[in-house]
Design a protein around this ligand. Structure first.
Ligand code: ZN
Length: 201
């Protein structure tokens, strides 16, 4: 079973040491949690795979997703393509230790948010400011976005400056948190308020 081992930072074919198959509350197909040993550094990993129907009476187990340690960050289907395409690339760059590429892709995700909200300003700095003024984001999210924009610029233009793993982790976390805030938490809060306003009428 192929997983990314965060200890030796490589994609490995984990040795299966145990597994447990289960059905979720509303799921027709089972999922499986698999205890793995990394064949390179011999550390313990836990991964999950789902049984997918791919045709009539035809099933296959999905690619493994690491649950422990450092669970893989799963993207929500609520994100628009213009944002999720960049985040998927950012995650791939990170897994491949291409940290400059990761920073550039995180910047592209933020640019995607600006485009999705049709900001008048084409550059990220102006777009973020507009999102702040329109109250799509608040000041802290704006500051995160702006920090990300600066790192993205380091990545996008030829220089001798590098971006290390720690900074790339933070940039990816920031980018994912900003997208969660804009597309998931805001909607959740609006729906919550709508429900409660109705109750109070
Ligand atoms: Zn390993």
């Amino acid at each position: 079973m192929i997983v990314d081992c965060p200890y030796c930072e490589s994609k490995v074919d984990g040795i299966v040491r145990g597994e447990h198959q289960t059905y979720g509350e509303h799921e027709d197909n089972p999922s499986k949690r698999v205890l793995l040993e990394c064949p390179v550094c011999h550390c313990t990993l836990l991964a999950e795979t789902e049984h997918w129907q791919i045709g009539h009476e035809e099933y296959k187990w999905s690619n493994a997703i690491r649950l422990w340690p450092e669970p893989e960050r799963i993207l929500s289907w609520e994100l628009p393509d213009i944002v999720s395409i960049a985040l998927i690339e950012a995650k791939k760059c990170f897994a491949g230790q291409a940290y400059i590429g990761c920073a550039v892709m995180c910047g592209r995700a933020i640019e995607g948010i600006c485009k999705d909200f049709k900001t008048k300003n084409n550059n990220i700095a102006g777009g973020l400011k507009e999102l702040l003024d329109r109250q799509v984001i608040d000041k802290r999210i704006y500051d995160w976005g702006d920090a990300l924009r600066i790192q993205r610029n380091i990545g996008a233009h030829a220089s001798e400056e590098k971006i290390d793993r720690v900074d790339a982790t933070d940039l990816l976390d920031f980018a994912l948190a900003i997208c969660d805030y804009v597309y998931i938490l805001r909607n959740k809060f609006e729906q919550f308020m709508e429900r409660h306003n109705k109750d109070n009428q």
